[in-house]
Design a protein around this ligand. Structure first.
Ligand SMILES: Nc1nc2c(c(=O)[nH]1)N[C@H]1C(S)=C(S)[C@@H](COP(=O)(O)O)O[C@H]1N2
Ligand SMILES: [Mo]
Length: 426
């Protein structure tokens, strides 16, 4: 039975003090700093520090927000942004209290009359449509799908030098069951003109400055993705009314693409002939290089492309990073998740010898193309000591997660290195 240390950061704090000694250090010195043997140390790639030594410093700031798990990690408080550590993503379906939070502006007050909430659809349509949430529920067939919502900046913290923005590790992601209607049904009800090629959307959250002339965020999409049957206007999460902090009473859910497209507190959908030009569009916003650029260089992003499907990614959700196991433990029960890529997850592999050998995990098939894959594996351990569990997913095109974040860009999108967690046996 795996046991968590009282304070998972303790290991890292202890090690951090000795970090300075490690520049160019050999294996023996690393082992000494860790306070235990590193059985597969000979396979540690040169220049890579063991995770327990690379982390360290002060522990994370934990969230205190009504209805949210106190283990969520605050990445910013103005606006409020919090990520879900891997070990809190161990549920097959992410509960609302563990679902990450990403705001760009202020948090609006909870709606007093949810069914009276108004949504306007306008632009390149035959007639402007004004619908209340109550009418939306009555007029169009509802559907429920378990699907991933992931921030476009997830993994940003792994870039060197760091990308601009919230330093997400792997926790800007959740996979919940969403209930709502197809955005396509609503767009067709308004009647799409031949000129309709793009959409834009925004919600009611005030700009951080409070200036009513400014929007917190407004993003746009290509019409094809807006018409994709899994792109929805949703009002329920896991069978319960959508929490205000996650966009309730009603939001867009554009699965598998950058979370920023999934407009919370949805009030307007604008159908356009040309790409949307709202805040969060153009330049280096939600855009990635087509050909690699020099890390740390400046760039206007003109030659970049919009980030569409999020990259392939996997995480280990059990045991928790920093877990201590009893001496003599020789099999590690691993659990995790994998998602991303436009073509789906083909396989998940795990390694405990710094990537020298990989073993294939058993996967539960996804329920739909935007659901995550849950995986398990019983990993044999040769001895006591310090181990790192590495996980990597490969998509159906054969694209695998890189060992370290690749394709650097100024705002740090699309970083998807392999996932690493540390465990101590004995
Ligand atoms: N109105 C509005 N919608 C928004 C945002 C926002 O700040 N305001 N943030 C976006 C971003 S960047 C992400 S990653 C997701 C996060 O959704 P969540 O807070 O429910 O996790 O919402 C998106 N929709
Ligand atoms: Mo995001």
């Amino acid at each position: 039975m795996p046991m968590r240390t009282e304070d998972p950061d303790m290991l890292f704090d202890r090690a951090a003090g000795r970090r300075g000694l490690l520049r160019g250090a050999g294996l023996a010195a690393m082992g000494a700093a860790l306070g235990m043997a590193m059985p597969f140390g000979r396979y540690l790639p040169q220049g890579m520090l063991p995770l327990a030594l690379a982390q360290g410093g002060k522990g994370p700031q934990l969230l205190d927000y009504p209805g949210k798990d106190k283990g969520l990690v605050v990445l910013g408080d103005k606006p409020l942004v919090a990520e879900t550590p891997e070990y809190l993503l161990n549920d097959d379906t992410t509960p609302a209290d563990k679902f990450f939070i990403r705001n760009n502006g202020q948090i609006p007050d909870a709606a007093k009359d949810p069914d009276g909430w108004k949504i306007t659809v306008e632009g390149e349509v035959d007639k402007t449509l004004e619908l209340t949430l109550g009418q939306l529920k009555q007029r169009f067939p509802a559907q429920t799908h378990r699907m991933v919502l992931e921030c476009g900046g997830n993994g940003r913290a792994f870039f060197t030098p760091p990308g601009r923005g919230n330093q997400w590790t792997n926790g800007g992601i959740g996979c919940a069951e969403w209930t709502g209607v197809k955005l396509a049904d609503v767009l067709h009800a308004a009647g799409l003109k031949d000129s309709a090629k793009f959409t834009g959307s925004w919600g009611t959250d005030p700009h951080l400055s409070g200036d009513p002339a400014k929007r917190a965020i407004s993003r746009g999409n290509v019409l094809a993705k807006s018409l994709e049957p899994h792109t929805m206007i949703v009002w329920a999460m896991n069978g319960q009314p959508l929490p205000n902090i996650n966009g309730g009473p009603v939001r867009l859910l554009v699965p598998g693409w950058p979370g920023s497209l999934s407009t919370k507190w949805l009030s307007h959908v604008l159908v356009r002939a040309t790409p949307h030009d709202g805040q969060g569009m153009g330049g280096t916003s939600y855009r990635v290089p087509v050909t690699p650029i020099v890390p740390g260089s400046s760039n206007d992003g003109k030659s970049f492309r919009d980030l569409e499907a999020m990259p392939i990614r996997s995480i280990v959700t059990a045991p928790a990073n920093g877990t201590k196991l009893a001496a003599g433990t020789r099999s590690l029960a691993l659990r995790g998740a994998a998602w991303g890529s436009a073509v789906g997850v083909a396989r998940v592999e795990v390694s405990v010898d710094f990537g020298q050998t990989w073993q294939q995990a058993a996967m539960t098939p996804p329920r739909n193309p935007f659901d995550w894959v849950r995986w398990t594996h019983a990993m044999p351990l040769p001895s006591d000591g310090y181990f790192e569990v590495w996980s990597r997913a490969t998509d159906r095109n054969g694209v695998t997660q890189p060992i370290v974040a690749a394709n650097w860009n100024p705002q740090g999108y699309g970083s998807n290195p392999i996932n690493r967690i540390a465990v101590l046996v004995g």
